[in-house]
Design a protein around this ligand. Sequence first.
Ligand code: BGC
Length: 772
Amino acid sequence: MKDYIVKDEWNIIEEGFDPSLSKISESIFSIGNGRMGQRANFEEKYTGDMLQGSYVAGIYHPDKTRVGWWKNGYPEFSDKVINAANWIGLNIEVNGELLDLNVVKVSEFRRVLNMQEGYLKRSFTAEFDSGALIQVNATRFCSIVDDEVGALRYEIRPLNNNIVVKLGVYIDGDVRNEDANYDERFWKEVAKKDIKSGAVLTLETKRTAFWVTTAMQYEIYIDEQQAELNEQLIEREKFISKESNVKLEKGQSLVIYKYAANLSSENHPKELLESNAIKILESVFKKGFKHLKYEQSEAWANKWKESDILIEGDVAAQQAIRFNIFQLYQTYTGEDARLNIGPKGFTGEKYGGVTYWDTEAYCLPFYLATADQQVARNLLIYRYKHLEKAYENAQALGFSNGAALYPMVTINGTECHNEWEITFEELHRNGAIAYAIFNYVRYTGDNNYLEQYGLEVLIGIARFWSQRVSWSDAKNQYVILGVTGPNEYENNVNNNWYTNTMAVWCMQYTIDTIGLVQQSNANRYSDISIKLNFNLEETGKWNHIIQNMYFPEDKEHGIFLQQDGYMDKEQILVKNLPASERPLNQKWSWDRILRSCFIKQADVLQGIYFFEENYSEDVIRKNYDFYEARTVHESSLSPCVHAILAARLGDEKRAYEFYLRTARLDLDDYNNDTEDGLHITSMAGSWMTVVEGFAGMRVRDGKLHFSPFIPEKWISYAFNIRFRNKIIRFKVTKEEVLVDNNSNEELDIVLKGISIKLAAKGTYKCSLIGKN
Ligand code: BGC
């Protein structure tokens, strides 16, 4: 745990330069716009410990799989979103000495991520061996107005002497991935082009043949006067730079504006990439930095209008929730259904920038409530587009007749995880994808989605489960053997309660959806039946499974059992684990973890969270008390589920503790792993904790329900919710709950169990404590 980020409501601030924190800050101060993003690497050269990272969404490379012991069915390649050309680069020499914060004496270092306006700022003073002292101010952003554009302003001011600056403004495509399995370089050069005060570099990914063109253009001002420099072209393979020398007198200011366009063959014909990039640069150049930055702040203001959570009375909590929301929107904007949300977004290489069940289980609710419906719909369509591959994936594992098994890890629908216990056994991901369809339709009422896309996916998933179960003569029931549940600290278990629950639920939901589509659009239903060679008779088996599935329970404790045999484990509680032994995944052998009763992340409780309405408060409480005591929360996805259930059970203190743990996970480097990148998908869990936990929001029978409380430390909190083309503002103070209906139509909500009709543009107010 670290505590060096200055608490502020709208900014993430670091003061003073500590190279040992540099990689952590590179992650925390990352910027992005959904199409591209980058770690907070310095513009100038840095020879200290760092992870160079610039990424372009959807551009990946299949890295050849590397495992100790090959198993049939492993994917041959593992796709990863790869480090792309570095467009921010500036090489700066002062009187012949390189500006490198690892070498020069640094003071007054300050770094600010301005979340309100969407830019990163850094300032410092550097003293060189020669005695020259310069001040640097740098600002940059990835535009959310034009998501192919990035811009930076870099100012150098000599403080004590006249200096000569040798300036290199470059694009460097000679980059590598730290996580490359064979240290392979993933890019080859296609072309370079020299343009006035700029350059263009086009690279191609090996194997996948994506082209990415990065174009840059810059302008230089000395004391606000544009300077014409004698630039020299420097080229190497995958590298292009323009160099010039500038003489500066003490106190003068040199400002470099560097603009970049990053275009990929996913969005432009290859033959037009270069010319389109140059065109974009021309228009960006015309707008200029100030205007681009103004547009950026306006665009972020609009995003915040819809998605902000305002917390009064707790700066740490306020900063944290904004950081989480900001990073989520920097990662995924929902404009392109080919893209998705990598667990680390654009902030690191771990998890390869690809898609996990995190999207459906954790991120969907955030986008449903804070963005246009199309954004969440695009997340679902992403999986619909991968349905063919899900059939292939299931076939490769021996399933047939249109059974669909979605991959645990993917970018284009192909499985790219290669640990047997996850690839072959962590099957519950199929359930999360079906649940997301249900969640989306429950929230939006968009039944059309089921007709056009959802039902096909559901049938594939139901077919998979119906083939994956086994009949146990001994139990006279169906069982599901050899799986890994969400708790990855158990592998190859039988009858993981969560997986069995999801499997049965998927089949039932599919049967219900078939009935619905038959009614609402018989023609479409018949088309789907023909296309999938589906016959209603298949549901006979599904029904038999639904009625005869085995669910492990422990009657003595009144709980659902995580899996068969769980109670045979030595039952030790987390509170009795010495702090020195945690996190277990860093301190214990894997074997010891597997034999212990400790739970990595919500498992039974994940199921209870999804289907809360099916369980009585007593059942929820017993399971919560039992499993919370054994959960080590070593996945960032875990605390939010526990927080929401704690809130549901009235344990407000616990809910708040979990909130801080999720929301400040990266800012405070709780798990000692922020340097690898941010936990983007669990950030949606922070949002869920406030909205579903503290405000108790649920969707039932087409209506929003709330049962709020306020954490003790807070004076008030407020957020907007988009629901079925209406926007409501929900505010909770120590005394009151206020709901504004910002739409022109009436809206029915249920507040603390009482139905309320909110007039168009109307406000409703009641006391927080008591019935109304
Ligand atoms: C968790 C998984 C999750 C993955 C990516 C793992 O540590 O156990 O549930 O999908 O991280 O976030």
